[in-house]
Design a protein around this ligand. Structure first.
Ligand code: GAL
Length: 154
């Protein structure tokens, strides 16, 4: 059975910046429920960071509702972006609710959208120091919750 590691953030206001208690660990799953706003703007982002400065982002998950819709994933180190990883199509629609889940595995993040595997992102920096979660852009959030899955249970 998965266990809860910290209380959920309920109806968090966007832009959101909050702590991941104890930092990321293998088997931790972060689930974000919300709705994509029918905005004229086109992007939202979920960032897993080592501090609040935005200079070091272990995983930048950035859906863009532009050019038919695509996902950009990247890492920022000491203020410099690395090489982008792109993915299409987007499994999101403006105006629609979504459930977005990030499972931390030893070698990668595994991202599911509405329970379907969407993308995997191999760790470029150690994840243990990552204890800040930031969400920005055209989303309204209902909850951010945390579950720890025991080893070999996934
Ligand atoms: C930049 C953009 C940043 C970030 C980055 C990812 O072009 O301004 O917000 O998304 O790409 O590589």
């Amino acid at each position: 059975m998965a266990s809860t590691t910290q209380p959920p953030y309920v109806n968090p206001v966007v832009p959101f910046c909050g702590t991941i208690q104890g930092g990321l660990q293998d088997g931790l799953e972060i689930t974000i429920k919300g709705v994509i706003l029918a905005s004229k703007d086109t992007r939202f982002a979920v960032n897993f960071q080592t501090d609040t400065s935005d200079n070091d982002i272990a995983f930048h998950f950035n859906p863009r509702f532009e050019s038919g819709g695509y996902l950009v994933c990247n890492t920022k180190e000491n203020g410099y972006w690395g090489t982008e990883e792109w993915k299409t199509p987007l499994p999101f629609q403006k105006g629609d609710p979504f459930e977005l889940s990030f499972l931390v595995q030893s070698s990668r993040f595994q991202v599911t959208v509405n329970k379907n595997l969407f993308v995997q992102y191999t760790h470029r920096v150690p994840f243990h120091g990552v204890d800040i979660l930031r969400v920005t852009g055209i989303v309204q959030l209902f909850s951010i919750s945390f579950q720890l899955h025991p080893k070999n249970a996934i």
